[in-house]
Design a protein around this ligand. Structure first.
Ligand code: HEC
Length: 663
C-alpha cells in the first residue's frame, strides 16, 4: 500500500473497528483463556515474529499452506534433542508438500546467538521465531519445549497438538491429505517454559488506563494519531482508544505499529520509537482484559495536540520547492525541480526540515546541492548533485546533525530535488518547502557530516521467489564513524540488513529490518556512532519477496529490474558518516574513493573484492562482460577496484552507482 492508499485503508479499517467495537475484543481474546486450550480448536490470531536469521514470519500470509506446524523450543532442552531425528524427518517429508514449519522460542531473555548455536548443534535449519514478549506463546497456551502445534490455515485454529513422538507426523499427514486427525497425542515432556505474566492474568483488569496506558499512547502513538496527524484516526481520548482496541492489539501483535521496524535485538538507536516488550505486553493485556477505563482523569483529554508549523522552530532560510500539479490518477515520473540558492556566502547546516503540504500525494523528496543553476527549461540533474541537504519521507521530515557537526551549503548555485508524487484519486497542487537551520557565522562546527548511497542497479529479482537475496557494498578507504542508515526498497522489499565487515574478516549486523515495509521510509540513527576501520566494507544485504504471498506485489511472474517506480525495485541504503580526523578547516577527498569502490561493491555478490564473470548482471554487467579479458589486466579471472577504475577511464562504462536516488 502506498502513501496514496493510506486514507482509504484508514477509513475502511476505522469503520470495521467501530463496528466491532468493544464486543470484538472479548470474542477475539476469549479462546486464549479457554479451559480447553490445551486440546484443539483454539483460534490462532495473526502475529509477526522475527526469526533467528533476521527474517520475519507473518502468520496469516501463510494462508495458502496445507498446514502450519509450530514446534516449541527452549535452549538446552534434552527432549527436543532426543526427538530431533523425528522432527527432521517430519520436516523433510512435508516441507515440499505445502507445510510450513517454524520453531517457536518463547523463553524470556533468550538471545539469537544461543538459539543459533543450539540449532547448529541439532542440525536444524528451520527458522526459530523469537517470541521475546511471549504474546504468541501465551496465546497458544505453550507450557513446554518440544510440543507440536498443528494449525489449519483454512480456519486459523489448532487442529492438533501434542508431543513430537510418536504421533505428530501422523497428525500432519492427516491434515495435509484432508483426513480426520486420529493420531493420539502423548504428553509433552520438554523443558518447562516460564510465563510469569500468565499467572497474573486475573489482574490485567487492574492495568490503569490513566496511569499506564494513556502515557504510552501519548509518548508513542499520539504524535501521528491526532487530529490532522498522518495516522488514519486520532488516538487522543479513552473512547477512541477503546473503539480501536481490537485493531491496536492486532497492529501490536503484527509489529506494524508504531512504524519503527529495526529488530530490537540488533543495535541501539537514539531515535528509537519502538515500544519496549513490557509496553507491548501491557497494552495487549489491557485490551484483552476489556480495555477498562478505571479511575483517574483521562490524561489525553487535556493534551493540546497541535502540530507546530516548523517542528524545529523558526527557520533561518526557507526555500519554496516549485509547485507541482499532481493529477488524480496515473503514474507520475519523478520530478527534478530546483530552487535557486540565495545565499551569498556558504553556511554550515545544523538541521533541515521539509514541510509537505499534500501528504497523501508526496511519497518522498530527496535533495542535492547543485553548484550551477540549471539552464533555462532544464531540470536538476542528479549526476551533478553534491551533498544532500535534507530529505522527506512519511514520518521522517527533519535531518538534525550531531553536536558540533555540520553539512556545508555553499553560496549560490541551487538546491536540486527529486520528488516522487503518488496520485490518490483527487487532483492537488503540492507546494512543499524546505527550511534550513545554520550554525552562527562565527561558530562553524568543527566536524563534517558526509553522505553516500550503497546501491545495486544490476538487480534481477527472480519471479515467484520468496527469498530472493541481493547484496551491495562500499569499501571505506579511511577510518570513519557511521551515524545513520536509511534502507530503501519497493513493493517486493522483504528484509533489509546492514552488515559491517572489518578488515579482519569479522562480519557484524548493525541494523536489521526483518520485515521491510514500503509504507515506511525512515532513517535509523545509531545511539553511538559505529566505528568503521579503514578497509572495512558496509554491506547492504536485502531479500525480496516476489511471490503472491506478498500482498503488495503487483506481479509475481515478472523478473524485476532496478527502476524508479515502485513496480520496479531498488537495493538502496543511504548512509551518513564522518571521516575520522576530517575537520571543517581540513577537508579530505575520501568520498571520491568511497564512491569509486561502489562499482565493484554493486555487483560483487560473493564479496571477495573482485567481479567474476558470473557476477556480471544487468546492463552494466553486459557492458563489462564484453571487454572482460581486456579489462582483467592481471589475468586473475576477476576485476578488482583498480581494474574497474582503469575501465572507467577507458570510455563509456556503467556509472558507479547513484549518489542519492530513491523512490
Ligand atoms: C509515525 C507515525 C505513526 C506512529 C508513531 C503510530 N502510527 Fe499508527 N498509523 C500511522 C499511519 C500513517 C497509519 C495508516 C497506514 C499504515 O497502516 O501503515 C497507521 C495505522 C494504524 C492503525 C490502523 C491499522 C491498520 O490496519 O491500518 C492502528 C490500529 C494504529 N496505527 C495504531 C497505532 C498505535 C497503537 C501506535 C503507538 C503504539 C501507533 N499507531 C503509532 C501512523 C503512525
Amino acid at each position: 500500500m502506498r502513501a496514496s492508499h493510506r486514507l482509504l485503508a484508514g477509513s475502511a479499517v476505522a469503520a470495521i473497528a467501530l463496528a466491532a467495537g468493544y464486543a470484538g475484543v472479548s470474542t477475539l481474546t476469549a479462546p486464549a483463556v479457554a479451559a480447553d486450550a490445551a486440546t484443539s480448536g483454539l483460534r490462532v490470531d495473526n502475529f509477526r515474529l522475527a526469526d533467528n536469521n533476521l527474517f520475519a514470519t507473518d502468520l496469516y500470509r501463510l494462508a495458502d499452506a496445507k498446514a502450519v506446524v509450530i514446534i516449541t523450543q527452549a535452549t538446552g532442552d534434552a527432549t527436543l534433542k532426543a526427538q530431533a531425528a523425528t522432527l527432521k524427518s517430519m520436516i523433510a517429508a512435508y516441507k515440499d508438500k505445502g507445510v510450513e514449519f517454524r520453531l517457536l522460542n518463547s523463553t524470556l531473555g533468550e538471545t539469537r546467538e544461543a538459539i543459533n548455536a543450539e540449532m547448529a548443534a541439532l542440525g536444524i535449519d528451520t527458522p526459530v521465531l523469537i517470541d521475546a514478549n511471549q504474546l504468541v506463546g501465551e496465546q497458544l497456551n505453550v507450557q513446554r519445549s518440544a510440543e507440536v502445534i498443528v494449525i489449519n490455515p483454512k480456519t486459523w485454529t489448532v487442529a492438533w497438538r501434542g508431543a513430537l513422538n510418536p504421533a505428530a507426523p501422523q497428525a500432519v499427514d492427516a491434515l495435509v491429505n484432508g483426513r480426520p486427525i486420529t493420531a493420539k497425542a502423548a504428553a509433552v515432556a520438554g523443558k518447562a517454559i516460564a510465563f510469569p505474566e500468565r499467572a497474573k492474568k486475573a489482574s490485567f483488569v487492574n492495568i490503569s488506563y490513566a496511569d499506564t496506558v494513556a502515557p504510552i499512547i501519548k509518548e508513542k502513538c499520539a504524535e501521528c494519531h491526532q487530529p490532522g496527524g498522518i495516522g488514519p484516526m486520532a488516538l487522543n481520548t479513552y473512547e477512541q482508544i477503546k473503539g480501536f482496541a481490537p485493531m491496536i492489539r492486532e497492529t501490536l501483535r503484527g509489529q506494524r505499529m508504531p512504524p519503527y521496524h529495526a529488530d530490537p535485538m540488533v543495535g541501539h538507536f537514539s531515535d528509537g520509537k519502538a515500544l519496549s516488550p513490557t509496553q507491548i505486553k501491557t497494552l495487549v493485556h489491557w485490551i484483552e482484559a476489556g480495555a477498562p477505563r478505571g479511575k483517574g482523569v483521562d490524561p489525553l483529554a487535556s493534551v493540546k495536540f497541535q502540530a507546530p508549523d516548523w517542528p524545529l522552530g523558526k527557520p533561518d532560510l526557507i526555500l519554496d520547492i516549485p509547485a507541482y500539479n499532481i493529477p488524480a490518477t496515473g503514474i507520475v515520473d519523478y520530478q527534478n525541480p530546483y530552487a535557486v540558492n540565495p545565499l551569498t556566502e556558504g553556511r554550515w547546516l545544523r538541521a533541515s526540515t521539509i514541510k509537505v503540504n499534500e501528504r497523501q500525494a508526496v511519497h518522498h523528496i530527496l535533495t542535492g546541492y547543485l553548484s550551477q543553476v540549471p539552464g533555462p527549461g532544464q531540470q536538476s540533474q542528479q549526476s551533478r548533485w553534491g551533498t544532500s541537504v535534507g530529505g522527506y519521507a512519511v514520518g521522517a521530515e527533519s535531518q538534525i546533525q550531531p553536536a558540533n557537526t555540520g553539512v556545508f551549503l555553499p553560496a549560490g548555485g541551487a538546491v536540486g530535488f527529486q520528488n516522487h508524487y503518488t496520485p490518490f484519486g483527487k487532483p492537488v497542487t503540492d507546494k512543499s518547502q524546505i527550511a534550513f537551520y545554520f550554525y552562527p557565522k562565527d561558530k562553524n562546527p568543527e566536524l563534517v557530516m558526509r553522505n553516500s548511497v550503497i546501491a545495486d542497479q544490476t538487480i534481477q529479482i527472480a519471479p515467484n521467489t520468496e527469498h530472493h537475496r541481493e547484496v551491495a557494498y562500499a569499501t571505506f578507504p579511511a577510518d570513519a564513524l557511521l551515524f545513520t542508515a536509511f534502507p530503501h526498497a519497493h513493493y517486493r522489499g522483504n528484509s533489509a540488513k546492514l552488515d559491517l565487515i572489518t578488515p579482519d574478516g569479522k562480519r557484524t549486523t548493525i541494523l536489521a529490518l526483518p520485515k521491510y515495509d514500503f509504507n515506511w521510509q525512515r532513517e535509523y540513527t545509531f545511539a553511538e556512532p559505529i566505528k568503521i576501520p579503514a578497509g572495512s566494507r558496509l554491506v547492504a544485504d536485502y531479500t525480496f519477496d516476489n511471490t503472491k504471498r506478498n500482498p503488495a506485489n503487483p506481479d509475481p511472474n515478472r523478473v524485476v529490474p532496478w527502476g524508479d517506480q515502485s513496480f520496479d525495485e531498488m537495493l538502496y541504503m543511504a548512509i551518513r558518516y564522518r571521516w575520522v580526523g576530517e575537520t571543517s578547516s581540513k577537508l579530505t577527498n575520501n568520498d571520491a574513493l568511497l564512491n569509486a569502490s561502489r562499482a565493484v561493491g554493486m555487483m560483487d555478490d560473493n564479496i571477495d573484492g573482485k567481479l567474476q564473470l558470473a557476477e556480471l548482471k544487468g546492463r552494466a554487467g553486459q557492458t563489462l562482460k564484453a571487454s572482460f579479458p581486456l579489462l582483467d589486466a592481471n589475468k586473475d579471472g576477476g576485476l578488482d577496484e583498480k581494474e574497474m577504475a582503469a575501465a572507467q577511464n577507458r570510455g563509456p562504462q556503467p556509472a558507479p552507482g547513484p549518489r542519492a536516488r530513491a523512490n
